[in-house]
Design a protein around this ligand. Structure first.
Ligand SMILES: *[C@@H]1O[C@H](CO)[C@@H](O)[C@H](O)[C@H]1NC(C)=O
Ligand SMILES: *[C@@H]1O[C@H](CO)[C@@H](O)[C@H](O)[C@H]1NC(C)=O
Length: 362
């Protein structure tokens, strides 16, 4: 992790928000850090109970989110193993990760029963070891935000899936991973996307990084990721500006999950954490449709929602309003917040640059 990135991250987490007083304590004291981490872990433990209860119904995206969480929890456990002040929290994170592993294994068994072809195609993305934490942090740049977003949302989940399968090299006719058709190159780099079109462009380059693709188009991976996450940040700010109207929340959390894993630290804002924590259903432990949702929204908000539109992709909405996809995005976003808290230097009143983390092992 680079120190300038870390310092920015700390400043972000500490930046005062006079308009919206935070209920969370500042994370710059050991107590504050422990309190926030404890709150997040409690939320994640409840979400894991939801996973356990609904295991046969969890879809593939759900498994991806919890798989990412597993990696984040293990990272925290390792980081905090030697610090007596936070070691108990690290152990608690580790215990949760150990609980997740067999659950995910079973859930893959169910996915294999319901849709073996789909599972085979995306299997690499749910295997342990695919997702890796960022080791270099950066931030988004507002100068890269598109002047206009495409009005026509031509995002097709089928096309996006097809290109991911090409990338992973798991199709029936696939030769090797990282090989792309011109169609996919064009689709995945098309400018002006918003909503899920944009987040899937980022997911594509993120998956390429995890898969180890570095040639051809992927020489430009970082440049595209900078571009996409700058725009995803813009969309998240819009979602915040309209009070996180329910249909925008899923994408909002997906953007934090993907760009967070991509190493963009400015997605970890304390006030965003607070919002996400408040969306969890206390009874079920899941995330999804709020109990009482206002049906009539002002026109301006409807327009913003258009840009933030959610596609009914692989979505699984349970009768109690719980959503598999929502919950998965939430846990991976929340897991990112703990990872980032664990990256903060020991808070003893002095800001010390952290020791650089060794490069990841791929
Ligand atoms: C799915 O089931 C098939 C047939 O039983 C089996 O050969 C395959 O290994 C299973 N795949 C996974 C990922 O469990
Ligand atoms: C795979 O290749 C075979 C032979 O080239 C072809 O007949 C088939 O349609 C291809 N399948 C797909 C899914 O592209």
């Amino acid at each position: 992790m680079s120190s300038p990135g870390l310092l920015l991250l700390l400043l972000l987490l500490l930046s005062p928000r006079p308009l919206q007083p935070s209920l969370l304590p500042p994370p710059d004291t050991p107590e504050g850090k422990a309190t926030i981490t404890g709150l997040i872990l409690s939320a994640l433990e409840r979400a894991t109970s939801f996973l356990k209860k609904r295991l046969p119904e969890i879809n593939l995206d759900g498994v991806v989110g919890f798989r990412v969480l597993e990696v984040q929890l293990k990272g925290v456990q390792e980081k905090w193993a030697w610090d007596p002040q936070v070691q108990p929290l690290g152990l608690r994170a580790g215990k949760l990760a150990e609980k997740l592993a067999p659950l995910l294994h079973r859930s893959i068994f169910y996915l294999n029963l319901s849709d073996p072809k789909y599972l085979r195609e995306f299997q690499p993305a749910i295997e342990p070891g695919f997702w890796k934490l960022p080791h270099i942090w950066t931030r988004t740049r507002a100068s890269m935000v598109y002047s206009t977003f495409e009005q026509q949302d031509s995002f097709s989940e089928e096309h996006s899936d097809l290109c991911l399968v090409q990338l992973l090299g798991t199709g029936t006719n696939s030769s090797q991973p990282c090989r792309l058709s011109d169609f996919c190159k064009t689709l995945m780099t098309r400018p002006g996307c918003s909503g899920y079109c944009l987040s899937h462009q980022l997911l594509f380059f993120l998956s390429a990084r995890m898969r180890g693709c570095t040639k051809g188009l992927f020489r430009q991976s970082q440049r595209y990721m900078n571009l996409f996450c700058a725009n995803m940040m813009d969309l998240n700010r819009r979602a915040e500006a309209i009070g996180y109207a329910y249909p925008t929340r899923d994408l909002f959390m997906e953007n934090i999950m993907f760009c967070g894993i991509g190493g963009f630290s400015d997605f970890y804002k304390l006030r965003w954490l607070e919002a996400i924590l408040s969306w969890q259903k206390p009874q079920e432990g899941c995330f999804g449709k709020p109990a009482a949702e206002d049906e009539e929204l002002p026109k301006a908000i409807q327009y913003q929602q258009h840009l933030l539109r959610r596609v009914k992709r692989r979505e699984k909405q349970f009768t109690d309003g719980c959503s598999s996809h929502n919950t998965a995005m939430a846990v991976a976003a929340l897991g990112g917040f703990i990872s980032v808290l664990a990256e903060l230097p020991p808070a003893d009143g002095e800001l010390r640059p952290p020791t650089p983390t060794p490069p990841s092992s791929h």
